[in-house]
Design a protein around this ligand. Structure first.
Ligand SMILES: [Zn+2]
Length: 327
């Protein structure tokens, strides 16, 4: 059993933060790990872990088409996720942002470029590579979101804008965890890119949950998300949350609520993909400035990693990866 002390301002940080009309972005460290997904789109940035996993997801669908090139598609391998625990003044503080060295980042961007340029190994494109996926819009600063919102009001009117463009500080794009993807073609609509439920786009959509991404604004969830269906908008929440969300057809709003029934000392939400056993639970923030989070495991339980994310509402989600089930 280990206790970790987390500052309550951490509620607003992490990959499970819920940002919508009701809950504005309040985190301060969002922009610290922004990195291009690949070299072809130097202006499209995501948080480092999301950028790396998006690159893996895109490579995996190319690899599936390109049989003579082996690309590892290990899915949720948590290689890039390095949870650091630092002892400060006798307290354990948890840091959850993955840290990549500069050379690792460049290497990953180079690799990610391969797939967007079409063919897996750089040979001439053949018919099977006809379609490719463009990175349309990733991280936006508050100012960029304000500019997009205001120009959409002018060009598209209030009704359209309310449906498709979030108010400044209520946009997931400001988290560095969301990306709009488009089917590569001559004129790509910046606000509503074409990302159909077929071809390479549908292949990406099917693979996305294995790499931590969800289609965020699905048809049928408009009453909950307050956003019209956006087949092009993907949000990084990390594996296995992405898999649980899509298997249950949850909106992120529903998932954040659903998690509240699981607690440190009560039942955990369990997920097993054959390789790793995950246990997930929710911890409500304490009224003081600091919340103590108990990890209900013994040191011999082989908890290989744990991550803590704020939910941007009222508490924290703890995700433990175990090499074997606890007793
Ligand atoms: Zn979007």
């Amino acid at each position: 059993m280990m206790g970790i002390l987390v500052e309550n301002k951490e509620i607003y940080e992490g990959k499970l933060i819920l940002v919508n009309g009701d809950f504005p972005l309040r985190g301060e460290s969002i922009s610290t790990s922004l990195t291009p997904v690949n070299e072809k789109y130097p202006q499209v940035l995501l948080q480092a872990e999301a950028a790396q996993m998006l690159g893996q997801a895109l490579r995996s669908i190319k690899a599936a088409e390109c049989k003579d090139v082996s690309v590892s598609a290990s899915g949720c391998s948590s290689k890039g996720e390095r949870t650091k625990i630092q002892k400060e003044g006798g307290y354990f503080l948890a840091y959850y942002s993955p840290v990549f060295s500069e050379s690792e980042q460049t290497e990953m961007q180079k690799k990610n470029t391969v797939l967007v340029s079409g063919c897996c190994d750089g040979r001439e494109q053949t018919n099977i590579y006809k379609e490719s996926i463009a990175l349309v819009s990733g991280y936006r600063s508050e100012k960029e979101q304000t500019d997009i919102y205001e120009s959409s009001l002018k060009e598209n009117g209030a009704e359209f804008t309310a449906e498709f463009v979030a108010l400044p500080n209520h946009s997931e794009h400001q988290t560095g965890l969301a990306i709009d993807l488009g089917l590569e073609k001559e004129n790509i609509d910046f606000i509503c890119p074409d990302f159909p439920y077929e071809g390479i786009c549908e292949k990406f959509r099917a693979a996305a949950p294995q790499y931590g991404f969800i289609e965020r604004y699905r048809k049928g969830k408009e009453n909950i998300t307050k956003i019209a269906p956006e087949p092009w908008h993907f949000r990084y929440v990390g594996f296995p949350h992405s898999a649980i969300i899509s298997e249950n057809n949850f909106a992120l709003e529903e998932y954040i609520k659903y998690l509240k029934q699981f607690s440190a000392n009560g039942e955990h939400l369990k997920y097993d993909n054959g390789k790793t056993h995950f246990e997930i639970f929710y911890v409500q923030a304490e009224k003081a400035d600091i919340t103590k989070i108990m990890l209900p495991y013994n040191t011999d339980d082989a908890v290989s990693a744990y991550e803590i994310s704020g939910n941007n509402v009222d508490g924290f989600v703890v995700t433990c990866s175990l090499l074997r089930q606890p007793h």
